[in-house]
Ligand binder design. Structure first.
Ligand code: COA
Length: 159
């Protein structure tokens, strides 16, 4: 299994993979719209030989500035529970930190995302359209994070 940045040749294969992971169409559409709207910043795929088996996307938040949202994370059902999702999330967070982003927000189970530095407490002060209990933030720069406007506005594709 390899994890690498997405190339142009992967793009058409990603929505079917995401839909297989989630068992529905919505997240496949989310990936396509985030890219089409120009909000996608970074994405990684996991491969086994030539087959795509996992994917993760990071996109720019409308607010707060200099922050990203990690969504969606997808592993093909045949490959789940083998560490691929964890490897993808780690690759994405490390790349975001290296590139100088202040923080990443995520929507999902704190038991899963807590392993990678996402904390519900860090996002608690923010106004958000989604439940606080499933909103986490992974903060790379505490000083900058503490001065951010306290409103989370997701990229347009989320609505
Ligand atoms: C969630 C997902 C990305 C995790 O990837 P994965 O490769 O299966 O996970 P890993 O093997 O790296 O990690 C497995 C661990 O995460 C936990 N886990 C897996 N999916 C989880 C979920 N949806 N919620 C909470 N914990 C989860 C497992 O219980 C396991 O815990 P353990 O290490 O204590 O046994 C993958 O299962 C998937 O694509 N699921 C369907 C789509 C989805 O729900 N995406 C996330 C939306 S927030």
């Amino acid at each position: 299994m390899f994890v690498r940045l997405t190339t142009a040749r992967d793009i058409a294969k990603i929505p079917p993979l995401v839909e297989a992971a989630f068992g529905r169409h919505d997240e496949g559409l989310l990936v396509t719209e985030l890219r089409d709207h120009g909000d996608m910043v970074l994405e990684f795929v996991a491969t086994d030989r030539e087959q795509l088996i996992g994917h993760v996307m990071l996109s720019r938040m409308v607010s707060p500035p200099l922050t990203l949202v990690l969504a969606p994370v997808s592993v093909h059902p045949d490959w789940q529970g083998k560490g691929i999702g964890s490897t993808l999330v780690r690759a994405a967070t490390e790349a975001a930190e290296e590139a100088g982003w202040t923080a990443i927000f995520v929507l999902g189970d704190p038991n899963f995302y807590g392993r990678f530095g996402f904390e519900v407490e860090q996002a608690e002060a923010f106004d958000t359209p989604y439940p606080h209990e499933s909103t986490g933030a992974c903060v790379f720069n505490d000083e900058d994070f503490s001065t951010l406007p306290l409103e989370i506005i997701y990229p347009r594709a989320f609505s």
